[in-house]
Each structure stands twice: as C-alpha cells, then as structure tokens.
Design a protein around this ligand. Structure first.
Ligand SMILES: [Zn+2]
Length: 264
C-alpha cells in the first residue's frame, strides 16, 4: 500500500493507491511521486497502471508520472507503459495532461498501450476482471478482481458504497482492498463507512480486508486530529492499512505486515 489516505490527506497518509509485484499500480493519485520516492521505487519501473475511476485523488498524479519519466527516469522512452482502464478514461487523461503540461507529454502519451477490455491478462500472467461499483456515475467507477494462478488473487473495491456486484467478487476471493472513505455521520451511500465494513466483514469471515482510502489519521501523529485518529473496533479479519503496509502470499493465505522503513 503506497498510500492509504482519502482525498483529504489525513495526517500520516498519502493518497490511497496500491502496487502489485513492484511494477503494477492501481490508480495514480496526486501524491504518487512522493510515495514512490519514499519507498525507493524508480518511476520508470512502473509497467502498468490500472484505473478504477477518474476522481482527482485517484488519477491527478498521472501527468506527473509521465513528466518524471520523460525528463528523469526514462528520457529515451524505452520503458513500456500500459494503462488498463474503461473506455473514455484515455480521453479524460489526455485532457488532464494537456492542461497540466501542454506540449511536454505528447510523445510519452502516444507510446502508451491502452487496454480497455474488462477481462484481460498481462505478459507476467496477472489477469484482471473489471466490474462496475456503486459510486458517482460521472467518474466511471469500477473495481478489479486480480488473479495470478498459484500466487493468489484479490479484489480491489475502487471507490464504492455497498454494492451487490462488489460483494459477489469479494465472496469469491481471500483478500480485499476496500476503500472506506467517510465517517459514520456523513450522509452518502456511495462510500463505505465503518458500519458497512463491519457488516461486510461479518458476512464474509474468510476474507482478509485491507482498509484504505481512510479518513482516519495514522494514530500517534501528534497533531490535532483532522477528523479522528482512532480506528473503529472491527472483526479480526479487518486490517486498517497504513502507508507501507505489505501483503504477502504464503501458501493459501495472506500475511499482512508493516514495512520496517515506514514504521515511523
Ligand atoms: Zn472516488
């Protein structure tokens, strides 16, 4: 988990996004470059970007990623870059890049391989299934179900409220990265709240839930809480992620651990 905060950046968190096997990322938030630098990842090592939806906190780091590769980590444009996204995202990201750095990103943009199919497979054997979730329709919201054979699979909810299709995908996996964007008192059914997480974790006790896109400050930040710095009490299959969290597959189960270098 390269970042675990919602749009409002609670203390101790960069914007939420995840990385698979050190080279594929799910979303590209405004703080993506900061997350890469902190973890020591070269930006040019990113081969694939999966887009869940086009809200700013999920994709506004895209022009910066292209800019960094163009001027620093891949000046010769040798590294491949694939973007997996629903139809229409390409045009939205083109507008974003033209607005951010007119004239500077055309070359790298034209070299991107776009994959718009809902079900696909990368050369490394990672497959995806993209499915509709319940969020603001105008940003084309999706979740993903990833699989890599014996190495296991997981679901990424994208940004969504409780949603039948999402819950069916979660019931068919062993680990789910779930975005919990808002506290209990916010009137919205297009995001998960703590009580939604609670109900879902109880109905699917065999799934490990990694909670991200959080409104909760990382406990112990030392600052006056933005909203709160206290995690809700949840069943033991719910893990409130913090930046740097890693999930490793061991046999048929997942292990969840905080990376040493980001403990502080
Ligand atoms: Zn969103």
């Amino acid at each position: 988990m390269l970042g675990t905060g919602n749009a409002f950046l609670p203390y101790g968190r960069y914007h939420s996004f995840a990385m698979i096997d050190g080279k594929h990322i799910i979303d590209c938030p405004p703080t993506a470059l900061a997350s890469f630098r902190r973890e020591g990842h070269s930006v040019s090592d990113i081969e694939t970007i999966f887009i869940t939806h086009v809200h700013g906190d999920h994709v506004f780091g895209f022009p910066f990623l292209l800019l960094e590769r163009t001027y620093i980590s891949d000046r010769a444009h040798e590294k491949p870059l694939t973007v997996v996204a629903s139809k229409g995202v390409k045009e939205r990201l083109k507008q974003l890049c033209d607005l951010a750095y007119p004239g500077s990103l055309e070359t790298i943009f034209e070299r991107i391989q776009w994959r718009e199919e809902a079900d696909g497979e990368l050369d490394c054997g990672l497959t995806w299934h993209r499915f509709k979730v319940y969020h603001d329709e105008s940003v084309d919201p999706y979740g993903y179900h990833f699989n890599k054979g014996k190495e296991g699979g997981f679901v990424h909810s994208g940004d969504s409220g409780p949603c039948e299709l999402l819950y069916e995908e979660i019931a068919a996996t062993s680990m789910a990265i779930l975005e919990m964007g808002i506290p209990e008192w916010v009137a919205s059914d297009t995001h998960h709240k703590p009580s939604d997480v609670d109900a879902l974790a109880k109905t699917t006790p065999n799934v490990e839930f990694i909670i991200t896109h959080s409104f909760i400050d990382t406990p112990g930040s030392g600052w006056e809480p933005t909203v709160t710095d206290t995690y809700p009490i949840h069943p033991s299959n719910v893990h409130h992620a913090e930046d740097g969290l890693r999930m490793n597959r061991h046999g048929t189960s997942w292990r969840v651990k905080l990376k040493e270098s980001t403990k502080n």
